[in-house]
Design a protein around this ligand. Sequence first.
Ligand code: TEU
Ligand code: CA
Length: 538
Amino acid sequence: MNWWKNVVVYQIYPKSFKDTNNDGIGDLKGIEEKIPYLNQLGVGAIWISPFFLSPMVDNGYDVQDYKKINPIFGTMEDFDNLKKTCDKYNIKIIVDFVANHTSDKHEWFQKALKNEEKYKDYYVFTKDPIWEKKSVFGGEAWEKINNDEYYLHSFAVNQPDLNWENPNVRKEFKEIMNFWIDKGIGGVRFDVIDDIGKNLDRDLIKKGIYIDIEKLHSFVKEWRNESKWNQEDLLTVGESWDSSTDKAILYTNPERKELAMVFGFEHIMSNWNNKPKWEADKLDLAKYKKIISKWQKEIHNNGWLALFMSNHDLPRMISNFGDEKYRIESGKSLALVLHMLQGTPFVYQGEEIGMLNCKFNNLEEHDDIEIHQMYESIKKENDDYTKEKHLQYVAKMNRDNARTPMQWNKDLNAGFTNGKPWLKINENYKEINVEDALKDSNSLFYWYQKLINFRKDLTNPISNVIINGDFELIDSENEKIFAYKRQYNNEELIVISNWSSDKVEFKFNKENIILNNYDYINDNLLEPWQSILIFIKK
Ligand code: TEU
Ligand code: CA
């Protein structure tokens, strides 16, 4: 069995994790310092968001040199030391490759701007932009340089899109892959992987078809075949906003030899209802459950999934799907539902202590380029749009919610730094922090630790059911209860989880309960956000 089928991955946003030199910015040494903590949690790998040389316009997702460490995060020696410490605890390192675009400060783009033919062809230049293609961050996706020429940037203006149809670009990324494999990484997360296969055709883009599936998969296959990536045991995970179940299978069916797993976003977008994410509706649980069920069933023996409810681009998951008033109970319920599914769970930093969205008091407190660029683009269309309105508009879904520094303890700046933190610290750090969580045996931390160990411990029969079992919803139309059954041979796992702040009647058998997020259980009645896990050996 692949090692990544029974581990949990912990995502680190390095800028916000732990600062060791008091410049207010997290660093590689800070990650190294906290490896014993992550080992205690039980994770088998860490995915670190990009720490390569970068002007940090999009916090590292604008790469200037893929083989250099950003000095704000440390040195190559720090990386090697981190790797050694990780080895000691058998924790693998997953790096984050941004292959769709580079920073505009990247040498390739600088040469392209100087009209060096070779490098011009690394990017997408045109005199005839397809204006229908917009930037994900709001506004135009085409920037004019000179001679009426434009370049494509799907994200910020400082993130020019690469031209993957150019074999030289593909060659560069094979070398980058080899470089990091030689450094001993355990895997790669591929940023917006769908986007490397582009359809630059006006009529198709008008219809909303931008991704060229055939090109995309041929590029991924070539990348894997013609580099050291062909080693079987790497955890390779693609970020695929475009994925439906059939597309996820194209990426992850082992026979196709592409990726190990993908992040699909259909569940995340279930309540966006084709509107901008800022205008998301309330969660419709029945709809959400159907999506989870469809993915579980269709991928089951045909591929593999990355399981997640939060990351550095999403709101904090309790604020998004749970109830802040039932922080611990709802946090445990969300985690239980996620961790008993088939796939590889990802825990985003701070999730294991129940960190929440952050209240920002004005736009100036915000860092994220998306928030600012979106403001400019709405303002352009709408004169009386104000900063105050925008602050409200983005409050719930903005990405800074997930990026406020990690809350380690009650001390100055939550123990994140002794300097001035680069982004506001959530004011709730005196109630929500790692130190307190470790002292409380009922904390979310220890709940996560149990869930992680269920999957990891192959001598425990539960782990077999989690890894291999099939999936069936129970009472699928129920709008408050998320209940499902996993079955493998003669063993059965049942999750019954109240995803509401009401008491809810539900029929169940009180025998064989092995986890309960309350210290009591009523007959056929669940408390607000109460969840139980039942394990039956027939
Ligand atoms: O994100 C891709 C992406 O399209 C969205 O997650 C986006 O950040 C947002 O939700 C739009 O509303 C990846 C990275 O995870 C993100 O941090 C980067 O900003 C982006 O790519 C560009 O590299
Ligand atoms: Ca630092």
